[in-house]
Design a protein around this ligand. Sequence first.
Ligand code: NAP
Length: 312
Amino acid sequence: MLVLVTGATGFVGSHVAEALVARGFDVAATVRPTSDQRWLVGLPLTRRQLDFGAPERLAQALDGVEALVHVAGITRARRDADYRSVNADGTRAVLQAAAAAGVKRCVLISSMAARGPDGAQGPQSPYGHSKLAAEHVAASFEGRLAIDVLRVAGVYGPRDTDLLPLFRLARSGALLLPPRAGRLQPVFAADVAELVTGLIERRLGFGPWPVAEARSYGWDELAELLSAALGRRVRSLHAPRAVFLAAAGASEGVAALLGSAPTLDRRRALDITDSYTCDVSATESASGWCARTGLAEGLERTVRWYRERGWL
Ligand SMILES: NC(=O)c1ccc[n+]([C@@H]2O[C@H](COP(=O)([O-])OP(=O)(O)OC[C@H]3O[C@@H](n4cnc5c(N)ncnc54)[C@H](OP(=O)(O)O)[C@@H]3O)[C@@H](O)[C@H]2O)c1
């Protein structure tokens, strides 16, 4: 079966592509002329050009494809409107092409941000709104495409650059953490990839299905586990949300001057100071999958990988 993975050059998508190859699927990965393809090196897969704005190119990318995993998306942007155009409008373009090509199975990688933080009535950021809009787009294709939507929690693991600064800070011996009351419930990249590969052959239904490790953690626990993974004492200090927002403001200011996307933006500052927990029991019982990598092991494996690459 030929499976097309969009966003295969990125962090999550490369793990998905790798796992699909390991399971014996024929895999095609989408690339763009500007893509950094380092995570695809050595993988036996074909490459197809992805351009959301070019329907004839999209038709070529989907030609002969039996299953689609739509991972491509942006998690940081210079302008809020970019989230919608890539995450929601891009999803529409890809699904339209998939429906026209007669693709049999689709998995859409959404985010817990589409639900919003614990206690909220919906998404709280332009990113979250764009991911919810992508889910609505997917819903509009029900009947034409067999789509499962995964609401994935914060992903960490080898190749991730988003959380690398946290590891580097911890390595320096001191960690600035969000307020103590917050909880996090991340998921190891390889576990997400394992779930996705299983879904190619066994449909769950539309969902959206929360995807995370089954248990949540406090920030102090994270600090302890990071300290164990790094093999050094890490002193942590909790700072109020305002400190994270101020840092985000400064990062956005610098990025605006440089014309780049900020490393820490308001959305990320809010995300890390809010709690994002979820009950994954429905996902687990429907799929038979569970995130096998606990945070302690996942952090150790991530630290090992960062060190091997010289990133840490
Ligand atoms: N990381 C997380 O914690 C997390 C959690 C939940 C959900 N997700 C979702 O997972 C997906 C991937 O996130 P990630 O963390 O892996 O991000 P990433 O490393 O930045 O990868 C993004 C991927 O999307 C592609 N892409 C971005 N804009 C595109 C465009 N306009 N046209 C075509 N391709 C485009 C990129 O291709 P190029 O290489 O060509 O730029 C890259 O392959 C996103 O949909 C995100 O919402 C991520």
